[in-house]
Ligand binder design. Structure first.
Ligand SMILES: [Zn+2]
Ligand SMILES: [Zn+2]
Length: 411
């Protein structure tokens, strides 16, 4: 396509020439057959969602699809069930990693579609099925028309939803042979115009962590609660004190949130005065250090109030997400690529309060996250009626491909 657009028609003076040019053009873009097959592939993934850490079949499906495009190497079981395909030009140059996620969510899908989830209580409600397909589409284009230098890594990362997958991948000794210089990811974004990419330099996704506070006292007969130590009053005091740590709900420099997501006291019965209680809190802020500071404040409050009521207290950390920070150079490369292929982009709706563990790749590579618009009225992520839009497959993969060509050329 690119060649034909820039070439004068009078230079196309033979059938052979035309054939060669079209062949060259076709190898750089997706064909109708590609799009049909990739859509079927995406819908197949959608039917079989697997939760974080359990992505065995999904990884198997990805490996089978990758084998058909013959990358130089396929690394399996990286950081859990992760899969990485390496396309190596065997000429020295940078390594560019493109990231997708393998996992789905514990959400019952309520869509009435042919490719509805076949697994009760689980669905691809974050669209990771689509992100995997975009990566495979990129793989098809690179396989047909190899890069002239450096390496491309298609990274299918596990356990994004729990915030543990990217870290596990980076810490896996198998990552030593990857060591990306650049990293890019696309996440579909409802609420933005269709095909519009929101991105910005600096902070793009906030940091967050989950903190569980376990309070332990002593059960008693419900007729004699004075014989036990109930956590009820402590939790009644602690819950509003924790939520009061939230400051600005707008994303400015004061932004910090402590959101209680779950509380349980004792068991559902009428005969027992409770002896234990549990609170789940999600802490969120723009910077990693700020999240740790708020966590410290919650711990202090809990210890103080537990002591007041004679309760033991225990803390468990979970779902730790570093802030995602877009590198200035990686951001600029992505913007140049999008401008070159006519993808509208800007910083609409950014940064986001939601977290994303892609930020971990940004600690050792120049990284940029791109949020690809699904349309203003599209169902939100993690909603039971969210379903990735297949029309984004050619757009997402074209952006990735252009980034790859700009950095690594074409053989
Ligand atoms: Zn998600
Ligand atoms: Zn997601």
């Amino acid at each position: 396509m690119f060649i034909i657009e820039t070439m004068k028609l009078d230079t196309l003076n033979s059938t052979a020439n035309i054939f060669l040019i079209l062949k060259g053009a076709a190898s750089e873009m997706l064909t109708n057959t590609d799009l049909i097959e990739l859509t079927e592939f995406r819908q197949q993934l959608h039917r079989h969602p697997e939760l974080s850490g359990e992505e065995v079949e999904t990884a198997r499906t990805i490996i089978s699809a990758l084998k058909l495009i013959s990358p130089t190497e396929i690394i399996t079981k990286i950081g859990g069930h992760g899969v990485a395909a390496i396309f190596d030009s065997r000429v020295s140059g940078p390594t560019i990693l493109f990231r997708a996620e393998l996992d789905a969510l514990p959400i019952e899908e309520c869509n009435d579609i042919d490719w509805r989830s076949l697994i009760a209580g689980k669905s691809h409600a974050c669209g990771h099925d689509g992100h995997m397909t975009i990566l495979l589409a990129l793989g098809r284009m690179i396989a047909r028309n190899p890069i002239s230098k450096g390496r491309i890594i298609l990274m299918f990362q596990p356990s994004e939803e729990t915030g543990s997958g990217a870290k596990a991948v980076i810490e896996d000794p198998k990552y030593n042979q990857i060591q990306a210089d650049w990293a890019f990811a696309i996440h579909a974004k409802p609420g933005s115009p269709f095909g519009y990419v929101a991105t910005c330099p600096g902070l793009i996704n906030c940091a967050s962590l989950g903190l569980i506070v376990k309070l332990t006292g002593k059960t008693a007969h419900a007729a004699n609660p004075e014989d036990g130590i109930s956590p009820t009053q402590a939790i009644a005091k602690l819950a509003p004190a924790i939520e009061a740590l939230s400051q600005s709900r707008e994303l400015n420099e004061n932004f910090q949130l402590a959101t209680i997501t779950h509380i349980q006291i004792g068991d559902p019965s009428f005969g027992i005065a409770p002896g234990d209680g549990i609170i789940y809190i999600t802490i969120r802020a723009a910077r990693d250090e700020q999240v740790i500071m708020i966590e410290g404040s919650v711990r202090k409050l809990a210890l103080l109030i537990a002591k007041e009521y004679g309760l033991d207290v225990e803390f468990v950390l979970s779902d730790i997400f570093a802030a995602s920070i877009n590198d200035q150079d990686a951001y600029q490369i992505a913007v140049n690529a999008m401008n070159a292929i006519g993808v509208l982009n800007g910083n609409l709706g950014l940064p986001m309060k939601a977290s994303e563990d892609f930020g971990v790749f940004g600690k050792s590579a120049k990284a940029a996250m791109l949020c690809l618009g699904l349309g203003e009225k599209y169902p939100a992520l993690h909603n039971p009626n969210y379903d990735f839009l297949d029309d984004l497959i050619p757009i997402g993969s074209a952006i990735f491909e252009r980034i790859a060509r700009d950095l690594l050329g074409t053989k």
